[in-house]
Design a protein around this ligand. Structure first.
Ligand code: PLP
Length: 466
């Protein structure tokens, strides 16, 4: 098929995730063809620096031959093994064992899903089962954060706190609640970590008190909120929230779908603050996007309660055909090897320093109000008025314009609707690639600022401030 006919066929038949369908039909798809390291090539031959690791998932970079090799070997040997009827496969068992060894000590058991959304959905089902089985059936309410993202399943989409995931989908459910996000740049006290942490704890306590602790099952959070705009809470926030959940007798669920596997420096973000969650969800970097897979890790306490529920003849009715898929598991084992023995986690830590310095260097640009980062996860937030932190008028459609300008400059990153630019390069990035990345971002910002309407928006904000 020619590129034009592929685009036409895509328009006619392929439904894309999280786009406006009419806008996609009008625009047409951009077809990607191949990748190597942090580089992507599109069907027109453009070589693009992927500063977003696909969808914050290709942490190893593209074209890792050893991953391709183990996948092919596993496919040839045993392309599928069901986990039903007590069957298992060596890669799945080894992977579960390694994940337990690498994750916080509280987590002892692993259920494999196909990605992040169904890992969240599984976590919700396990929690419901757990409280029903242990005689606390009233504990049904779940609290999460504003601007949080917990995927797109019929239950997880209500824990997600992004408007487009709620509109016309009849969520959040009556049992799903949100408290304010720990968002330093948009808080009254951006530099006062203790005040930000204190407000989050107070909000959680208030919500639990209002609902009644006997009715609250769990608190879900991302250690760093990704899709909500890379919101980096102060150090100590995660631990403080974990401890608060303990005091309030509710389960603490860390959603490490983005932050896991070296993205923020250590293997898991929980590790940096010695946080031991009751449950943890992972996906993305688990297989680095080379095949679909996610997981829910759970404490032995929860597992034992599930295992003791019902009669010996009652199965726990939770499963999927592709749970613990042997090819995905074999890939994940090789990906974990690359992170550790292959030096990717170490490189991520080193490059994380250049990344931080690079993003911070953009603060002198007239459009950039904030720079925030941890490890190789970061963002800059664009504002019309730096002093007042004023957002741009949505009618400027700045995010689409920035994405298009970035593409012309041969760089891909995430341009969120409220003009936050998100970055999550692969852990294999080199120092010179990092420099190119920052240079191309700056050039993109300059190009956008060259537009008269953008300059006028900045000028008019300056005038209001004066
Ligand atoms: N949880 C978090 C924190 C995520 O960022 C995502 C996806 O971006 C998900 C869950 C959902 O994962 P998936 O898209 O694999 O279903």
């Amino acid at each position: 098929m020619t590129i034009a006919s592929l685009i036409e066929s895509d328009r006619k038949h392929l439904i894309h995730p999280v786009v406006n369908y009419r806008a996609h039909e009008a625009r047409g798809a951009t077809i990607l063809e191949s990748g190597h390291g942090v580089w992507l090539r599109d069907a027109s031959g453009n070589e693009l620096l992927d500063a977003f690791a696909g969808l914050w998932c290709v942490n190893t970079g593209y074209g890792q031959e050893s991953i391709v090799r183990v996948a092919a070997e596993q496919m040839a040997r045993l392309p599928y093994a069901t986990g039903y009827f007590h069957f298992s496969s060596a890669p799945a068992i080894e992977l579960a064992e390694q994940l337990v060894a690498l994750s916080p000590a509280s987590l002892q058991r692993v259920y494999f899903s196909l990605g992040g959304s169904d890992a969240i959905d599984s976590a919700v089902r396990f929690i419901t089962h757990y409280y029903n089985a242990t005689g606390r059936a009233s504990k049904k309410h779940i609290i999460a954060l504003e601007r949080g993202y917990h995927g797109s399943s019929s239950s997880g989409s209500g824990l997600t706190a992004l408007a487009s995931f709620h509109r016309n989908f009849d969520v959040p459910l009556a049992t799903q609640h949100h408290i304010a996000s720990p968002y330093p740049y948009r808080s009254e006290t951006p530099d006062d970590a203790q005040a930000i942490i204190g407000r989050s704890i107070a909000a959680l306590e208030e919500k639990v008190t209002a609902l009644g602790a006997e009715n609250v099952a769990a608190f879900f959070c991302e250690p760093i909120q990704g899709s909500g705009g890379v919101i980096v809470p102060p150090q100590g926030w995660l631990k403080a929230m974990r401890d608060a959940c303990h005091r309030l007798d509710i389960l603490f669920v860390a959603d490490e779908v983005i932050t896991g596997f070296g993205r923020t420096g250590p293997m898991f973000a929980c590790e940096a603050e010695r946080v031991e969650p009751d449950l943890m969800t992972v996906a993305k970097g688990l297989t680095a996007g080379y095949a679909p897979m996610g997981a829910v890790l759970m404490s032995d306490r929860i597992y034992q309660a599930l295992a003791d529920s019902g009669n010996r003849s009652d199965p726990i009715g939770h499963g999927q055909t592709y749970s613990a898929h042997p090819v995905s598991a074999a890939i994940a084992l090789e990906v974990l090897r690359l992170y550790r023995e292959g030096g990717l986690i170490d490189n991520g830590v080193v490059q994380g320093r250049h990344f931080a310095a690079g993003l911070d260097s953009l603060l002198d640009h007239p459009l950039v109000g904030d720079s925030r980062h941890r490890g190789l996860l970061g963002a800059v937030e664009l504002v019309a008025d730096k002093q007042k932190r004023t957002r741009f008028d949505p009618s400027l459609d700045l995010s689409n314009r920035i994405f298009a300008a970035a593409y012309r400059n041969k760089i891909i990153f995430r341009a969120f609707g409220d003009n936050i630019l998100g970055f999550a390069p692969a852990l294999c990035i080199t120092e010179s690639e990092m420099q190119q990345m920052i240079k191309r971002v700056r050039k993109t910002l300059d190009d956008v600022l060259a537009d008269e309407d953008v300059r006028a928006a900045v000028r008019s904000a300056e005038k209001t401030a004066a």
